[in-house]
Design a binder for this molecule. Structure first.
Ligand SMILES: [Zn+2]
Length: 211
């Protein structure tokens, strides 16, 4: 059976089962969403946040793209962040990278002018900033480390964005985390990247806000 047909058949069974167990479930979630986490992850089919986080429907507001990039010149990323923070008041933002990321490997191996190559320039900027450290590492280790550094860079892009800075300034609860998913063992790993205020972020990066 083709995959979409299989999915439609599964959906019928799933919907009936949920309604049987909790008759008001869909009526309740149809009213409004109040997600606890804005998830910024890779489009890779093996890193679906609902599955690996074990969270129920309505928990995650999700933005995914190749190599989990939060690009400050990307209207899509910015609109997601603005809606999540200003409208939904989501209290947590997670940037999650993963080992074995095709985007990270592609950024390391070649460059070009196709859309994917241009998108991955943002990972190459991260590589160039840390080239000295990365060049010393063997190939596989280099890709893993670049995945981690890329998460850190995207967290940095989020924290220095006006949308988050303004939220912190008015006392809104926003915590930003950087995580890595290891496809080899299915575990999410913390990277020691966690910011709850502009002061914490400034203390780490030594950058001053202009306001
Ligand atoms: Zn990936």
């Amino acid at each position: 059976m083709p995959s979409v047909k299989k999915m439609l058949a599964y959906n019928q069974t799933w919907s009936s089962k949920v309604k049987q167990e909790s008759p008001d479930f869909f009526k309740t979630i149809a009213q409004a969403q109040s997600p606890e986490i804005l998830w910024i992850g890779c489009s890779d089919s093996r890193v679906g946040p609902d599955q690996l986080g074990g969270l129920p429907m309505g928990s995650l507001f999700v933005h995914r793209n190749i190599a989990n990039i939060f690009a400050t010149n990307d209207l899509n990323s910015l609109a997601v962040l603005e809606y999540a923070i200003d409208e939904l008041k989501v209290p947590n933002i997670v940037v999650c990278g993963h080992y074995g990321c095709g985007g990270i490997h592609a950024a390391l191996e070649h460059s070009g002018v196709q859309p994917v190559d241009l998108w991955l320039d943002q990972v190459r900027f991260v590589y160039n900033r840390h080239a000295k450290e990365l060049k010393k590492l063997p190939r596989e280790q280099r890709a893993k480390r670049l995945s981690e550094l890329n998460v850190e860079a995207q967290v940095h892009n989020i924290c220095r964005n006006t949308i988050v800075r303004e939220a912190w300034k008015r006392g809104q609860e926003v915590s930003v985390f950087g995580l890595i998913f290891d496809i080899q063992d299915g575990l999410l790993k913390q990277l020691g990247i966690e910011f709850r205020s502009s002061e914490q972020w400034q203390a780490r990066y030594g950058e001053a806000f202009s306001d």
